[in-house]
Design a protein around this ligand. Structure first.
Ligand SMILES: Nc1ncnc2c1ncn2[C@@H]1O[C@H](COP(=O)(O)OP(=O)(O)O)[C@@H](O)[C@H]1O
Ligand SMILES: CC(C)(COP(=O)(O)O)[C@@H](O)C(=O)NCCC(=O)O
Ligand SMILES: [K+]
Length: 249
């Protein structure tokens, strides 16, 4: 017997597609997974899906292909969330709000729903994004920084002699080999960027509550352990939580 009324949520980033199956109320998570952006794993749902909600930062062509697969498999029209000028009392600072990555916007929507203090929303994925939301819901602004894998790729492709195998970037100590110099340097850049963003935020106003999401969130939190006075809270489902909220509003 198939269960009716389930919602399949997709978060299509530049590195991975994360999916989650929830009930219509949004309170219960019935399944989840992650795969490469163009993989089909998310299509193999053992139950009937009544609606598909998508947060995608991919190209229009990729979105169109994904929509076609949704129609084929589930016989429903997917709903693509977009960054908007306003969601509840959260207001977008962009002159052209639709240009903001919807993942950033939805993470802020979910963070705002959790807490009404000043917020710093960090998404450590392909890119490291850092966004500040004032206590009144105004997006103060943000930062887009290449993530660890992108930084490593930039060094590989733009230099002749910085050559290294895949390595761990879990240390801020100075490196003593090319690989260690690169990975520790990247760790320093990622952790340092967040640390400085938090210092700048505190120069401008009250200490924000910091929420971390994205595939590299745990690693970033570990790197910064003890180096920032503010608690760094993991909030792994922020984008998908925001997607459910935006779909309802
Ligand atoms: N176990 C892990 N430890 C550290 N970093 C990870 C881990 N798994 C994934 N990542 C990092 O997270 C990134 C993917 O995170 P994700 O939030 O899915 O990105 P995107 O939304 O851009 O697709 C990868 O590029 C990698 O840098
Ligand atoms: C900054 C991003 C690439 C982050 O994407 P991700 O790391 O989640 O794959 C994405 O939010 C995006 O494509 N933004 C559009 C530009 C903007 O937000 O202003
Ligand atoms: K990101």
């Amino acid at each position: 017997m198939s269960i009716i009324g389930l919602v399949l949520q997709l978060d299509l980033g530049n590195s991975r597609l994360k999916w989650r199956l929830i009930d219509c109320g949004g309170g219960t998570v019935l399944g989840r997974g992650a795969c490469a952006p163009l993989d089909d794993a998310w299509l193999q749902q053992p139950v009937a899906v009544a609606a598909v909600q998508v947060a995608s930062v991919a190209s229009d062509a990729t979105d169109a292909a994904l929509a076609a697969r949704v129609r084929d498999r589930f016989a429903v029209e997917p709903w693509f969330a977009r960054a908007t000028p306003q969601c509840g009392d959260l207001s977008n600072s962009y002159a052209e709000p639709q240009r903001m990555g919807v993942d950033r916007w939805l993470a802020m929507v979910a963070a705002r729903a959790r807490c009404r203090e000043r917020l710093c929303v960090v998404d450590a994925g392909s890119a490291l994004t850092i966004d500040l939301v004032a206590a009144d819901g105004r997006h103060e602004g943000g930062y887009i920084i290449p993530g660890s894998a992108l930084m490593a790729r930039a060094l590989q492709t733009a230099t002749d002699r910085v050559r290294f195998d895949d390595g761990e970037g879990d240390s801020l100590a100075p490196g003593q080999s090319t690989a260690a110099c690169v990975y520790h340097g990247i760790a320093l850049a990622q952790a340092g960027a967040l640390q400085l963003a938090l210092m700048e935020a505190q120069r401008q106003g009250a200490a924000p509550r910091v929420l971390l999401t994205g595939g590299a969130a745990r690693q970033l939190r570990r790197l910064l352990g003890g180096l920032v006075a503010l608690p760094l809270e993991l909030a792994e489902d922020l984008v998908l939580d925001g997607l459910a909220l935006a779909a309802r509003s």
